[in-house]
Design a protein around this ligand. Sequence first.
Ligand code: SAM
Length: 106
Amino acid sequence: MAKMAAAPEPAAAPRLKPSTLVDTRVIYCGDNLEQFQKLPDACVDLIYIAPPFNSNRNYEVFWGETKEKRAFEDRHASTAAYIDSMRPRCVELDRVLKSTRFFDYH
Ligand SMILES: C[S@@+](CC[C@H](N)C(=O)[O-])C[C@H]1O[C@@H](n2cnc3c(N)ncnc32)[C@H](O)[C@@H]1O
């Protein structure tokens, strides 16, 4: 009776970064303008933002079982001041998005 050759072991998956442009295995925290400025041009496929809305309110919630306090201020000196704070961030996100961009602005 002929012997069957054992099936070859599957090759180990290469441990490459999903992107050569930016380390997508990291969650970067902090002011998004500072974080954007560390990124090269055209390195991002998708951006979703839910920025402050200029609602002239401050928000505070106690989150989850630990009741961690999460808060942010959404009061600005004027609508122009709000736009002035958003404009450089929008310029940066336009710069870092690829031409195949997906952008969702909530
Ligand atoms: C309308 S809330 C959106 C909340 C978010 N969608 C969520 O479910 O937690 C606006 C959020 O933007 C954050 N934020 C405000 N200015 C920021 C900035 N310069 N960089 C990064 N995040 C900022 C606030 O802390 C707040 O959490």
